[in-house]
Design a protein around this ligand. Structure first.
Ligand code: TRP
Ligand code: ZN
Length: 518
C-alpha cells in the first residue's frame, strides 16, 4: 500500500475489525490523522524505466506497462511500478521430506496507473494458470520478474484480484553479502526470513518495503509440525495426516517481514500486558532460551513506555535451530531467531517492531533507521537495567582508533552498496549517532524526537532527511553539520579525540569478540 491515503483506508478497516472482533483492542489505535506524512517524497517513487524497448518508447503503450522496479538504489528490480497491493492470501503446503512448496497466492491490488501489463516479483517455481479477476492472463518470466498481461487493460484506480498457482522446490536467496534468506530448509522444516529480498523466493510479491499490505497465510504441513506466521492464529485444523495453520496479520506489513516458519516447536501462549503472545521454540533451544523469553513481556512494556504503544495486535517469538542462517530477524509480531537469543538480541528484535516494522525505510540505503535504532535500544535497556549506560557504551566505542577502518566505515547513512547493508558501522555508528544526538539536544528533546518519529510514521515509510528535519524542529537547533559528520562522512568523525584508543578497543574486542549476529 504505497499510497498514504490507502494506508489510512486500510487501517480504518483494521480498526473497525478490531472493534467488532473478539481480539484484544490493545493495538487498535488508528494512525494519527494529523500525520503530515512524508514531505516531498510520495509513496510511489519514480519507477525504473521498463526494460523492454517497447515499454520505454515515449508516446507508445509504455504508459500502460508497470515498471519492473521502484528504483531502490540497492535492489533496482525489487518491487514494481503501477501496483499497490492491499492484501495477500497465501494457501500453501510444504513437505520437508522433499522441500516442495505448492500453493496459490491471491493478491488484491489497486492499479496506480493504466496497466496493459504489470510485474510481480517471483523466483523459481512452476506456474499454473494465472488469472486476473477470474480471467486467464498470459505471463512471461524474466529473472525475478513475473510479467502478467491481463486480457484487458486495467484502468488507473481499479481494484483487481490476481491468482497465481505455483509449485516447486523452495530455494533460499543469496544476498550480495553472501547471507541467505527466504525459505531456508532446517532439520525439521524451514526457517523463513526475507530481509531484504527473500519473499520472492516463496511467494509472488510486490517486494518493496513501501508496499505494505495485510496478509493471510495458510500453511499445511505433516502432522507433528507447526507452521508459525505473523499476527494471530485464526485456525489450526487436522486432516489426512496433515495440519493446516492459518495466520492473519491485520496490520500493514512489508513483504520482507513475513514468515511462515515450520518445524517441531513447543508453543506457549500468554499475554504481555494486554497483548496476546505466541512463542514457538525448537526443543533443542528450549533450555537456553527460557530465561530470556521470560523477559519478553517486561521488554515490551519497557519499549512501550519509551517509544509509545506497541504497534500490532499480537507479539511473540520463534526460536528455531537454523545454523545455516546465522542471524535473527524482526519478522512482524514474531521475531525469528536462528538459535536461543540472549537478552540484547531479543530486545533488539522487539525494538524493531517500532523502528523497522511499524516505521519502515523507503529505500534500503536508509537501513541505519532500523539498525541504529535497534542497537541504541539495546543500550538504553542495559542503562535502565543495571548495565552499562548508553553514554559509557558510546565513550568506549568513540575511543576506537580512526585507523580501525571497518569500525567507522561505511558511514551509516550512506552504506554505498547492498553488500554493506548490515555492516557493523550501520549498527554501532548508527547507534552512536542517536546517543550523540541525545547528548547534544538533551534527554527531553531526544525522547520527544523518538516518540514523535514513531507516532507520526507508524505503518508508513520514512527517509533520513525526514528524521533530521524532525530532530531540528524539536530541538530548534541546526543539526545539518552534526548529521553530516555522523551519518555521511567516511572515517572517524574529526571532532572525536583519537587517544586512549588501543585500550578501549581491546576491551571492546574482548566483550564483543563472540561476534553476535543480529
Ligand atoms: N538480523 C539483522 C537484525 O535484526 C538483520 C539482518 C538481515 C542481517 N539479514 C542479515 C544481518 C544478514 C546480518 C546478515 O538486525
Ligand atoms: Zn536489527
Amino acid at each position: 500500500m504505497p499510497i498514504r491515503s490507502s494506508v489510512y483506508a486500510a487501517c480504518a478497516v483494521v480498526v473497525a475489525a478490531l472493534v467488532v472482533g473478539a481480539a484484544a483492542p490493545v493495538a487498535a489505535a488508528p494512525p494519527d490523522p494529523a500525520d503530515p506524512g512524508g514531505p516531498a517524497v510520495s509513496g510511489t517513487a519514480a519507477p525504473v524505466a521498463a526494460a523492454s524497448p517497447e515499454a520505454s518508447r515515449p508516446g507508445g503503450p509504455s504508459g500502460a506497462v508497470g515498471a519492473p522496479g521502484v528504483g531502490d538504489p540497492f535492489f533496482p528490480l525489487a518491487g514494481n511500478g503501477g501496483i499497490d497491493v492491499q492484501d495477500y492470501n497465501l494457501k500453501l503446503a510444504y513437505d520437508p521430506a522433499t522441500d516442495r512448496l505448492e500453493g496459490t497466492a491471491t493478491l488484491r491490488i489497486v492499479a496506480t496507473q493504466d496497466l496493459r501489463r504489470f510485474d510481480l516479483d517471483l523466483r523459481e517455481f512452476t506456474l499454473g494458470t494465472v488469472t486476473v479477476d477470474g480471467v486467464a492472463a498470459t505471463f512471461t518470466r524474466d529473472g525475478q520478474e513475473l510479467q502478467i498481461t491481463p486480457r484487458r487493460t486495467l484502468r488507473k484506480g481499479a481494484s483487481f484480484t490476481v491468482v497465481v498457482p505455483y509449485s516447486g522446490v523452495a530455494k533460499p536467496v543469496t544476498d550480495p553479502d553472501d547471507s541467505i534468506e527466504g525459505f531456508v530448509p532446517t532439520g525439521d522444516g524451514a526457517f523463513v526470513v526475507n530481509e531484504p529480498q527473500g519473499s520472492p523466493g516463496w511467494y509472488p510479491a510486490n517486494d518493496t518495503p513501501r508496499d505494505k499490505a495485510t496478509y493471510t497465510i495458510a500453511m499445511t504441513v505433516p502432522a507433528g509440525l507447526t507452521a508459525v506466521g505473523n499476527g494471530a492464529l485464526v485456525s489450526q485444523t487436522a486432516a489426512g495426516g496433515r495440519t493446516t495453520f492459518t495466520w492473519r496479520e491485520r496490520f500493514p506489513m512489508a513483504p520482507y517481514l513475513t514468515t511462515i516458519t515450520i518445524g517441531k516447536f513447543v508453543v506457549t501462549t500468554g499475554r504481555a500486558g494486554g497483548i496476546p503472545t505466541y512463542v514457538a521454540v525448537d526443543p533443542s533451544q528450549a533450555a537456553a532460551s527460557a530465561p530470556v523469553l521470560r523477559k519478553l513481556p517486561e521488554m515490551v512494556a519497557f519499549l512501550q513506555d519509551l517509544y509509545g504503544p506497541y504497534p500490532f495486535e499480537t507479539v511473540g517469538a520463534i526460536v528455531d535451530d537454523a545454523p545455516d542462517v546465522g542471524y535473527a530477524l524482526e519478522t512482524q509480531t514474531k521475531p525469528a531467531f536462528d538459535r536461543a537469543p540472549d537478552d540484547a538480541t531479543l530486545l533488539h528484535e522487539l525494538s524493531h517492531q517500532w523502528y523497522g516494522d511499524a516505521v519502515t525505510l523507503r529505500q534500503w540505503p536508509d537501513i541505519w533507521l532500523h539498525e541504529g535504532f535497534a542497537t541504541w535500544s539495546e543500550w538504553i535497556w542495559a542503562e535502565r537495567h543495571g548495565g552499562q549506560t548508553a553514554a559509557q557504551r558510546f565513550a568506549d566505542l568513540a575511543a576506537t582508533p580512526a585507523s580501525d577502518d571497518d569500525f567507522w566505515n561505511p558511514p551509516p547513512g550512506d552504506p554505498g552498496e547492498a553488500a554493506n547493508l548490515f555492516a557493523g558501522s550501520v549498527y554501532d555508528r548508527g547507534a552512536m549517532t542517536l546517543q550523540a544526538l541525545r547528548e547534544k539536544i538533551g534527554d527531553r528533546a531526544f525522547f520527544t524526537v523518538m516518540r514523535r518519529w514513531y507516532a507520526e510514521h507508524k505503518y508508513g515509510n520514512v527517509s533520513t532527511p525526514e528524521f533530521v528535519a524532525l530532530a531540528q524542529q524539536v530541538s530548534r537547533q541546526d543539526l545539518g553539520a552534526f548529521f553530516k559528520a555522523w551519518l555521511y562522512t567516511p572515517g572517524k568523525p574529526a571532532f572525536l579525540a583519537d587517544d586512549g584508543a588501543a585500550v578501549a578497543s581491546a576491551r571492546l574486542a574482548a566483550s564483543e569478540g563472540g561476534g553476535r549476529r543480529r
